[in-house]
Design a binder for this molecule. Structure first.
Ligand SMILES: NC(=O)c1ccc[n+]([C@@H]2O[C@H](COP(=O)([O-])OP(=O)(O)OC[C@H]3O[C@@H](n4cnc5c(N)ncnc54)[C@H](OP(=O)(O)O)[C@@H]3O)[C@@H](O)[C@H]2O)c1
Length: 258
């Protein structure tokens, strides 16, 4: 049975992805900070006859990816599929944003994702087999006033993933950059964007539906997948409009409404 490692699997998109992998009989390694929520997820998913190992870890802490890798090495657990899903956003003007929010987003969305990829990839290359999915966002396609750091971190994830997917094209290892648009999870609350035009007026997809798109994309080894046709259209249209216009629309979407 293959083993899939999912970060941010205690809720939201990561949890829905974990359900799909368990149903398809993948053993799981689930990572997030909340040990209690992970334990509940493990109990639920073990019903599919798979092994579910949970590791409660704050991936913002720089040594965390290496700690996770070392623990799995010691236990002889081989990772066939790596899903770098954990991430968070923070709303507000950059000049007023607290340091821990700024660096936390970079450390989780960029640093931990890159470090986990660096650690788990060589063994996949050696086996000529493996799948990595990095969860970016439709935020990756344009600058994001009022969420400047978050959007920039996701642009990094898109660029990094597409580049290494190309490097690995003959290796037997696939790298997928998965881009959800607004999705009903705890993300909006943590980011402070529940009252943004995007979430209040433009509508969000369900995490179940988004996870189905992500699951299909990673199993098909697609390099880039955008969840939802409307999100695909928006992402594509931003390529042709002037950057200033795209940035202004992006701000309008992020602004809070009554
Ligand atoms: N929801 C959206 O609208 C949306 C849109 C586009 C892209 N995305 C991306 O989708 C991914 C999943 O987000 P989501 O919407 O499912 O959000 P979510 O419901 O807030 O879930 C985030 C997951 O990451 C974990 N996590 C957060 N901080 C962590 C840390 N420091 N160390 C380890 N785990 C951590 C959380 O668990 P704990 O709190 O237990 O640690 C949780 O399991 C993120 O990369 C996000 O940027 C979301």
């Amino acid at each position: 049975m293959p083993t899939t490692l999912i970060t941010g699997a205690s809720g939201g998109i990561g949890y829905e992805l974990a359900k799909l992998f368990a149903r398809d009989r993948h053993n799981l390694v689930l990572v997030a900070r909340s040990a209690d929520k992970l334990a509940q997820v493990a109990t639920e998913l073990q019903a599919h006859g798979v092994t579910v190992k949970t590791i409660a870890l704050d991936l913002v802490a720089p040594p965390a990816p290496q700690f996770l890798f070392d623990q799995l090495q010691r236990e002889g657990i081989v990772i066939d599929v790596l899903i770098n899903n954990a991430g968070f956003g923070a709303f507000g003007e950059f000049a007023q944003m607290p340091e821990e929010e700024v660096l936390g987003q970079i450390d989780l969305n960029i640093r931990a994702l890159t470090e986990l990829t660096r650690l788990f990839l060589p063994a996949m290359v050696q086996r000529h087999s493996g799948r990595i999915m990095n969860v970016a966002s439709t935020a990756a396609f344009q600058p994001g006033p009022l969420m400047a750091v978050y959007y920039a971190t996701k642009a990094y994830v898109l660029s990094f993933s597409e580049a290494i997917a190309n490097e690995l094209r003959h290796s037997g290892v696939t790298v997928t950059c998965f881009c959800p648009g607004a999705t009903h999870t705890d993300f909006a609350k943590r980011a402070g964007v529940e009252n943004s035009r995007l979430f209040k007026q433009l509508g969000a997809m369900s995490a179940e539906k988004v996870a189905v798109d992500g699951y299909r994309a990673v199993m098909e080894g697609r390099t880039l997948a955008i969840s939802g046709i409307h999100n695909w259209v928006v992402a594509q249209s931003s390529r042709f409009a002037p950057r200033k216009v795209v940035t202004a629309i992006s701000r309008w979407v992020a602004e809070k409404v009554q």
